[in-house]
Design a binder for this molecule. Structure first.
Ligand SMILES: Nc1ncnc2c1ncn2[C@@H]1O[C@H](COP(=O)(O)OP(=O)(O)OP(=O)(O)O)[C@@H](O)[C@H]1O
Ligand SMILES: [Mg+2]
Length: 458
């Protein structure tokens, strides 16, 4: 799992440097090799996400001095020193000073790889916990669009550039990726911030309702229209109109919308009156409207009209480096809300953060963070398709065991912890059931809902 962690490798012996680099690369690490400590030092920084592996004996700066330098800017950066036999006392001293590990040359490659792997895992935990604290500060400062990956930096930059222009914007992205966040930033960062941010979900309402919602109507415009109603387009004038799920906008409304976008005026139902509007439209879509295969019956001309600027938000799995920061932000927010401390991240949670696919994107991550703060993170990581149950590194019996435990947890959870129903669903004798609970360390009460009373059910 640390397979792509960076490793800085330093050795003045060119052949050894090459051989060790190869060994670590075969183990999957991203290795940068340096002939001197000074070279490595100039490329290192406090947020370096990996491990430093260095020879001790080198001319100019030796391994220990390198370590001393590193300690000045990041005392948690794991440094592994390699040393010849004669240097053992020196190495012991180094360990006492806080060096992560030392390895006597010549070494078995496995010894080195294992050590680097452990060090990389530790490094990751340190950085994640740091991100938690960093996020705590951001929560105070209320930074709305979290993320430091190039994709998000670029997005933020573009948002700043176009927010205060009147250009219409199409925002695309999977569910939960932040389309509404982007739309509301476009509003807040513009001169329109004083006006209304008016949102309409085009997928949630029937055609006739959308029509009168958007355009408004006069009394008596249609059956049931008793009072005059100002449409959302007019209501958003000098503010921002957010059309969510634009791909579901009924075709008849699309035609009218196109007209509104071109003319910048609106005619309420039941009138002939034309009212000019100071309009800025931000539309959001989950599909790529530029692709005829995905567009469905969405009008091409409306697409081109909206497509003056398109901002596409990449799914979370394509910007994984933002996960720790986002997670920290949501955990901190949840902790404030629930009046709890943010717990330290366990290895299991860390794995989940790194390995899960996040189909629900940032929204899913925020829910995960809330469960984490509430101490429910094991339940969260142990949904059958999220546990590495098919982990081929485990022997078969262990995998079967794990699967069994998962099934039991899941069935308990589905039945709110009701023993009788769980046993029925699993089709096993009561005694076997209790034996298995004990063996897997499952506590029935963890699954009890309001109707899951042990006494009543047994
Ligand atoms: N970059 C981000 N920084 C902070 N919070 C974010 C970020 N992206 C998304 N969120 C949060 O994640 C949740 C989902 O975001 P949002 O509602 O904007 O997604 P969406 O793309 O509109 O999803 P849907 O298509 O399902 O409507 C919200 O609570 C939002 O505040
Ligand atoms: Mg949305």
């Amino acid at each position: 799992m640390n397979e792509s962690s960076p490793v800085f490798l330093i050795d003045d012996d060119k052949d050894l440097l090459k051989a060790t680099k190869q060994t670590l690369e075969l183990a999957g690490f991203a290795v940068s090799a340096f002939p001197t400590a000074a070279d490595a030092l100039s490329a290192l920084h406090a947020s370096f996400a990996g491990v430093v592996v260095s020879d001790i004996r080198m001319p100019q700066m030796d391994g220990q001095r390198l370590f001393a330098h590193i300690k000045t800017f990041d005392a948690d950066l794991p440094v592994i020193l390699m040393t010849g036999h004669g240097d053992i006392p020196m190495a012991v001293q180094a360990i006492q000073n806080g060096v992560y590990d030392f390895i006597a040359k010549p070494f078995a490659t496995d010894r080195l790889v294992q050590s680097v792997r452990r060090a990389a895992e530790k490094r990751r935990l340190v950085l994640e916990n740091r991100a938690l604290r960093q996020a705590a500060e951001q929560v105070q400062g209320d930074l709305p669009l979290i993320g430091q990956t190039p994709a998000i930096e670029r997005l933020r930059h573009t948002l700043r550039q176009i927010a205060d222009t009147d250009v219409d914007v199409l925002v695309t992205g999977e569910t939960g990726s932040g389309k509404e966040v982007v739309a509301s930033l476009l509003h807040r960062w513009s001169r329109r911030a004083k006006g209304n941010f008016v949102a309409l979900n085009c997928g949630a309402l029937p055609e006739t309702v959308i029509e009168s919602e958007l355009f408004g109507h006069e009394p008596g415009a249609f059956t049931g229209a008793q009072k005059k109603r100002v449409g959302r387009i007019e209501h958003s004038s000098s503010g921002t109109l957010f059309l969510d799920e634009i791909e579901s906008m009924p075709p008849a409304i699309q035609v009218q919308m196109l007209r509104v976008l071109e003319m910048r005026e609106v005619t309420p139902l039941g009138t002939n009156e034309v009212r000019p509007v100071d309009l800025r439209v931000v539309a959001a879509a989950k599909v790529d409207l530029g692709d005829p295969g995905q567009r469905g019956d969405f009008r091409e001309d409306l697409y081109y009209r909206l497509n003056v600027v398109t901002l596409s938000i990449p799914p979370l799995r394509e910007r994984r480096d933002d996960i720790p920061l986002l997670f920290g932000y949501f955990a901190e927010r949840a902790a404030n809300r629930f009046k709890r401390e943010v717990p330290a991240i366990s290895v299991a949670v860390s794995r989940h953060l790194q390995q899960h696919d996040w189909p629900g994107n940032v929204r899913e991550l925020s829910h995960f963070a809330e469960r984490f703060v509430l101490g429910l993170e094991m339940a969260a990581t142990s949904k059958p398709n999220e546990m590495p149950m098919t982990d081929a590194r485990l022997p078969l019996p262990a995998r079967v065991e794990r699967y069994e435990a998962e099934l039991i947890r899941e069935t308990l959870s589905q039945n709110n912890g009701d023993v009788r129903r769980t046993i029925e669903a699993l089709g096993i004798p009561r005694k076997t059931f209790y034996d298995k609970l004990q063996r897997h360390g499952i506590v029935r009460g963890d699954f009890a809902g309001f109707d899951g009373d042990e006494r009543r059910s047994s």
